[in-house]
Design a protein. Sequence first.
Lengths: 252, 525
Amino acid sequence: MTARPLPAPAPVLQALGVVKRFGGVAALDGVSLAVAAGECVAVVGESGSGKTTLLRCFNRLVEPDGGRILLEGEDARRADPVALRRRIGYVPQDGGLLPHWPVLRNVALVPWLCGDGGAERKAADALALVGLEPAAFAARWPRELSGGQRQRVALARALAGAPAIVLLDEPFGALDAITRADLQEMFARVRRELAAAALLVTHDLHEALALGDRIVVLRGGRVEQDAPADALVARPATDYVRRLLERSRVIR
Amino acid sequence: MRAMTWLLAAMSAGLAPQAPPAPARPVVVASKPFAESYLLAEMFAQLLEARGYAVDRRPGLGATEVAFGALRAGAIDVYPEYTGTGLIAILGERPAADPAAVYARVAAAFRERWGIRWLPPLGFENTYAIAVRRATAERYGLRTLSDLARVGGALTAGLTPDFVGRADGLPGLARAYGLRFEAVRPLVPAVKYQALAEGAVDVIDGYSTDGQIARYDLVVLADDRHFFPAYEAAALVGADLARTSPGAALALTELSGRLDVRRMRELNRRVEVDREPVAAVARDALAGLGLAGLGLAGGARAPAASRAASQSRPPSLLAYMLERRALLARLTLRHLLLVAGSLAAGIALALPLGLLLARVPRPAGAVLGAVGLLQTIPSLALLAFMLPLLGIGVVPALVALFLYSLYPILRNTYAGVRAADPVAAEAALSLGMTPGQVLRWVRLPLAAPVIMAGIRTAAVIGVGTATLAALIGAGGLGDPIVAGLALADARMILSGAIPAALLALVVDAGLGWMERRVTPRGVRG
């Protein structure tokens, strides 16, 4: 690996000291992180660490109480939330496909919302990209798909609008081990091909290490460590991170 | 409509200062839903027609509250009422036994308060009669109500619901005689006598002029402590008619003092037991009194007689219904229009309201609770409440049915939209649908079958409830049901009940089909 002479490119997505309280409890207590162009950041944390709340702050389903969020350098609070969300791809854990729409219409959702006349062609391209033959799958109903196929469609839907970044909330968590491995591989390939920026939330450290260029460990609404994958394994910054690595048998 | 007839009346009055004896608008003659009331009202109507007045008949209006409410509101002009009912149920005063004093009291009070006139009584009292089977009377040696008080604890009473409740009914009777029964069952008048004859109950409340008393050879127990108040029958005339057409009221007084208990019981028997048509019996009665229809009587008697003859071999239910198919078709159409009209209005209000509550759920509990409360108001009470505002007829029936349709539609819309695939709805929002688009493209299509099920429930309830519209003169399939119940005529009841049940099945099936049609293909089971 040669040293890169270029300065680090401006982040696609940036959180600066984001705070969110529910009642008296701080779910997010000054979280800062950045996702650079073409980078995949994996946010790891246990249940209650605040990782889902953080994700929902990015597409403004939750409004932070403090701090700032920047999408491509622009303050998210100044953006129209609907327009903002159309620039952010989103893959929920269980797909969240519209059950009464066929696959192609689901995938074409964002371009269609944006009034794009080529929505169906973009949707077909996105289906092919995630490894689903458009001719075979376009007219199928979501309930006729396997769990893995559903997540592929959900990813295709998140990508079809050519978003600035894709947010993924435990996207492979509900799948069996073999399907999960297939989908992780597919995701890594697609991301490479598109050079897409992504922010992946997961409780599975192996998945984070496999897919993330950089890992952010979240604990109790605070960032415990933010480091490239290899650096995290080599130099855990805190006891918590070390225990996490040990428990996941990444190190012994 | 009413305003227009009044306008016409006023115009014709203005154009022709020497007003003709007959007013330009028909005299609206109504009755309560029992045989004697039907019969007396028909006699009033025929007498008025014989004297040159146009008549609009509104038989079988609800109960006292509805009929009197309609009279007070000017929706009807005259109906037969009883002085005791006027004193106790309407004025809310204490029962009194002296007929002359009661008449004097109600005549003065009604005139002063509402301008309503009690015409001089018809000549008979129809007061409460407590009756037992002859075998029961002999076994216990019962002749008077005091006798009954001795053995009441061993007997089951079947009493009309309003008798159980009103002050001049069971509560007062129990106090006056120290009377107690082993059990009291509320029974509608239509089944009372049969229940007594078959031994299902031992004691019933009846009326002294009931034709059924003679039919079943019942013993009427003497009111030896003079508890029951005077109930003299008389025509009750509304303020409008009394003012604008005193001639019509005068014509009705020709019946005053002409009907005694024996004659009335006999007339009632012909209607209740022999099933002769009310109009024919009324015609005979007027002819018998020399009041009307001598020229008609010959022609009128013949069909009445032939009908009475055919009574021995009554036509089958099917033949009966076929004979009345034009009428039944008209009633079914009216019924359907009542349901469809009220349902359309119910959807127009409850559907958007349900969607709004799904968006702003904070007041949902209160709104659903309030609308649900409407559902618990008994239909007849609701109709009676609305009388002063809306009178009688189609409009209040539509309003009542509309109110009853709200809850199932509102509830299902709210619950269906709230419950519609929350994960898909949130994903759609996250990907940039506006909340309105989420509603239009996700929640509403997914909730459509649930909403449709609510509409279906409301429609089927509506078909059933609309039969009660007959009690406020709105027509529909309730007409033969109410009249049949009052006349204890099972065929007549069924001729309304069967089409109503079929209508409910058809509406249910049709809307069930719609429910499947609106279920999106991707989620169809």
